[in-house]
Every structure is written in structure tokens, then in C-alpha cells.
Design a protein around this ligand. Structure first.
Ligand SMILES: NC(=O)c1ccc[n+]([C@@H]2O[C@H](COP(=O)([O-])OP(=O)(O)OC[C@H]3O[C@@H](n4cnc5c(N)ncnc54)[C@H](OP(=O)(O)O)[C@@H]3O)[C@@H](O)[C@H]2O)c1
Length: 411
């Protein structure tokens, strides 16, 4: 490959688990990728290290204080190097996601906070590597419309959706090319695999007192703390069911979840002739990240090759919805509509944050989500059609869910 085929990459959420894995893959391919911009929220030390290593043109930080902290971190370690442009605030994030210099945008901010920038990348016709599943959960309909209208290239980075993408026929890979799942070329069902998280075999009554560290100790994946808790409750799988619905145009009743403790089969597609195609690999996010960066080429990711003889056995179990009530709530939200999905996501973000800061017990997470979903029925909100609509609902739910957390803590 020659220098003219270098592609510029912007990594939103570069200091997180996905962001760091993305930069790891990029560093293996200096002949293919140049990092244009990075964003982070609090970890300015890491951001400064990344900015120096990848010689980026600009970084985006949330406010004046973090900009000051970035300057200090830069001055401490790299006083003689040319400092990147420091952009500040949510609008700068949106602008950076959309600007022409970044041909590929990795959307790896955690939570609904990542939606405006991910949407801006889609609206400006980028190749969007979507890790931020909350964006599709909160805004699936108009996010996919933006992808379609602006000829953006949406590549799912969640390992399950990346697996499904790989197992679908070429022409069916994106719902916007196949609206409503019509003419689906024999695809009958999507099967998402789930590890079951760290408490798969624990007696439910013992879960009342689990700590954040126990909930974050995922058996197979090393991830950020929010998604780790979501994996334990399987609300994460619920978000993925909603994400799969929007990405691939499949109705909820044709998206199944099966527990697969080894996390080797990353998901499957079932066809009308009885075939089931699965994508396998060691559990390492660098595989889907490399797939998204290189597509349609396959590029080296630094991932060790799968040795099935060493794995020995692959197990599959049906989901017990009583053990994982959050997954049931997610299916209910998807069947209710986009508003309920915004509520599910926002209430969960508040409940998980409360759990991580010892303000809520683990078993109260589904209670807060369920109470928020019940409460929203009386609000009379219609389905959101813009970011502003989403943000209005999102903010109202966060206020309600915070109060619900406090009440559940007292009771
Ligand atoms: N980790 C995985 O294996 C995995 C797999 C599939 C999908 N995902 C999805 O990928 C996304 C990122 O997950 P992660 O595990 O990488 O999370 P993470 O490790 O917690 O990293 C989150 C990133 O977002 C930044 N951030 C946090 N709050 C922000 C805000 N309000 N505004 C702007 N930036 C903010 C963080 O900056 P600071 O660190 O500087 O605070 C960090 O760079 C999530 O949507 C998750 O569901 C992750």
C-alpha cells in the first residue's frame, strides 16, 4: 500500500477500553492510518500520552478545567513537542466528528453522551465505527435515516453485531439498504450470544450485596465499568437486541439471545434452509475493531488465533429471564417503541452510576429501570424524531430515576 491510501481516523472516547484498543490496532498499521483527532472526558494524562504517540492534530475535552489539566499533563511529559490544538466543549466534539479531516470516526464514548457526535459523523457521510450502542438505542430511527441519507458507512463494533454483519449476505448487511428487513434473502433469525456475566451461577438471593468490583469482574472481556455492570445484569444484551433491530432491520421476535459462557461464538445468523452461520474468535475487541477499520480488507489485529482444541467445549444455554429481568425489560421497551428505549437507557445509566458509587444495590438496578418505564407510560411522550426530542426525554427520565434510586436506597 502506498502513502496516498492513508486514511485519517478520529477516535471519540480514546482513553476508554475501546478507544485504547482502537489505537493499538492503528499503531500496527502506520502505512494505512493516521490519527487526526482524539477525545476524552477526564483522563488527561492518558490523552496527552496518546496525543504524543500518534502526533494528532487536535484533542477534544469537555471544559476549561480539563483543558487546563491537559495542558499541564502535556507540559510535564512533552514540553518540547508541538502541542495539538485543544478544542473544548460538546459543540467542539460534534464539529470534530463531522469535519472533513476524519474519514473514519470511531464512536467509543460511553452512554447517551456519545449520541450527538456519533450522529454528526453519520450526517457527514463518514465511515462510522459504532461502539456506542446507546446512540442507536436512543435514536435508532433517525440515526439510521441519517446513515442512509448521507451515504455514511456504518460498521458495528460490538462483537455480536460485528459477527452478525460478517455472517449476513453482502446485500443484507445494513438495514438502510434493506428497509424493514424485506426481501431478506432467507435470513430467518439473528442469535446473539451472551456470556451470562460473572453471576451466571450465583444464587439470586446472594446478589443483594455484590460490590461494583465483583460486578465488573467479567469472566471473558476486559471492558469499561458501565458496560461491565450492564453485562452482569444483561441489560447490555438488551441494548444489543435493540441495536440489532435497528442495524439489521429485524423485528424483536426474530432476535434471540442464547447464553454461551465461553464467548468464542460471537453471534449467529439462521437461514431458511437450516443453515446457521457463526463467527468465532478469541474474545478480544481488537478483532471487530480491525474488521471495521480495514473493511472490506482483513488486517492484522494483534489477536491470538483461536485454538478450539484448547477451548475444548462450547456450551449454549437458554436465558432464564427471572435471573436477568433487565433483558426482559429491554425486549418490552423495544416492543413499546423508541421513547421506551430512551427511557430504558437513561434510567439504566443513572441506576448503574448509583450502583458503582454505592448508592444503590445491584438488585435494585432492574427495579429503577422498571419503575422508570412504568412512569413514562403516563407522560404522553411521542416517539422522538430529533436529538432535541431525545435529550428532553433523557433529562426527564434521569431526574425521575435519580429520585427512584434514592427511594430504593431508603426502603
Ligand atoms: N469495552 C468493550 O469491550 C465494549 C464492547 C462493545 C461495545 N462497547 C461500547 O463502547 C462504548 C465505550 O465502552 P468502553 O468500555 O470503552 O467505555 P470506557 O472504558 O468507560 O470509556 C469511555 C470513554 O468515553 C469517555 N467519556 C465518558 N463519559 C463521557 C462524556 N460524558 N462525554 C464524552 N466522553 C465521555 C471516557 O473518557 P475518560 O476516560 O477520559 O473519562 C472514555 O474515553 C460503550 O458504549 C460500550 O457499550 C464496549
Amino acid at each position: 500500500m502506498n502513502q496516498t491510501s492513508l486514511r485519517d481516523v478520529t477516535v471519540l472516547g480514546s482513553t476508554g477500553s475501546i478507544g485504547q484498543n482502537t489505537l493499538d490496532v492503528i499503531a500496527r498499521h502506520p502505512d494505512r492510518y493516521v490519527v487526526h483527532a482524539l477525545s476524552a472526558h477526564s483522563n488527561m494524562q492518558k490523552l496527552a500520552e496518546q496525543a504524543l504517540q500518534h502526533r494528532v492534530a487536535c484533542v477534544v475535552v469537555p471544559d476549561a478545567l480539563t483543558a487546563h489539566n491537559f495542558d499541564s499533563a502535556w507540559a510535564l511529559h512533552t514540553p518540547l513537542s508541538k502541542k495539538p490544538e485543544v478544542r473544548v466543549g460538546p459543540q467542539a466534539l460534534v464539529h470534530t466528528a463531522a469535519e472533513a479531516q476524519g474519514q473514519i470516526v470511531m464512536a467509543a464514548i460511553v452512554g447517551a453522551a456519545g449520541l450527538p457526535a456519533a450522529l454528526a459523523a453519520a450526517q457527514s457521510g463518514k465511515r462510522v465505527l459504532l461502539a456506542n450502542k446507546e446512540a442507536l438505542v436512543a435514536a435508532g430511527s433517525f440515526f439510521m435515516q441519517a446513515v442512509c441519507d448521507n451515504k455514511a458507512e456504518l460498521l458495528p463494533i460490538d462483537s455480536e453485531h460485528n459477527a452478525i454483519f460478517q455472517c449476513l449476505p453482502h446485500h443484507d448487511r445494513q438495514a438502510h439498504k434493506n428497509p424493514g428487513g424485506q426481501n431478506n434473502k432467507g435470513v430467518t433469525r439473528l442469535i446473539l450470544t451472551a456470556s451470562g456475566g460473572p453471576f451466571r451461577q450465583q444464587a439470586t438471593e446472594l446478589l443483594q450485596h455484590v460490590t461494583p468490583d465483583q460486578a465488573c469482574a467479567h469472566p471473558n472481556w476486559r471492558m469499561g465499568r458501565k458496560i461491565s455492570v450492564d453485562s452482569a445484569t444483561m441489560l447490555n444484551k438488551g441494548l444489543e437486541v435493540i441495536e440489532a433491530h435497528w442495524l439489521f432491520g429485524m423485528p424483536a421476535d426474530k432476535i434471540d439471545v442464547v447464553i454461551h459462557p465461553q464467548s468464542i461464538v460471537h453471534s449467529m445468523v439462521q437461514y431458511s434452509d437450516g443453515s446457521v452461520l457463526a463467527q468465532m474468535g478469541n474474545p478480544d475487541m481488537r478483532t471487530p475493531i480491525a474488521y471495521g477499520l480495514g473493511f472490506p480488507d482483513r488486517i492484522e489485529a494483534g489477536v491470538s488465533h483461536l485454538d478450539l482444541t484448547a477451548v475444548g467445549k462450547l456450551e449454549f444455554e437458554a436465558v432464564d429471564f427471572d435471573r436477568y429481568p433487565c433483558l426482559k425489560l429491554a425486549y418490552q421497551a423495544l416492543n413499546s417503541g423508541q421513547t421506551a428505549c430512551v427511557v430504558l437507557n437513561a434510567a439504566n445509566e443513572i441506576a448503574v452510576e448509583a450502583f458503582l458509587t454505592y448508592q444503590l444495590s445491584y438488585l435494585d438496578i432492574p427495579k429503577v429501570v422498571a419503575q422508570s418505564l412504568d412512569w413514562q407510560v403516563g407522560q404522553g411522550w411521542s416517539n422522538p424524531t430529533s436529538i432535541d426530542d431525545v435529550l428532553i426525554i433523557d433529562q426527564a427520565v434521569r431526574t425521575f430515576a435519580l429520585e427512584a434510586c434514592q427511594k430504593n436506597k431508603k426502603s
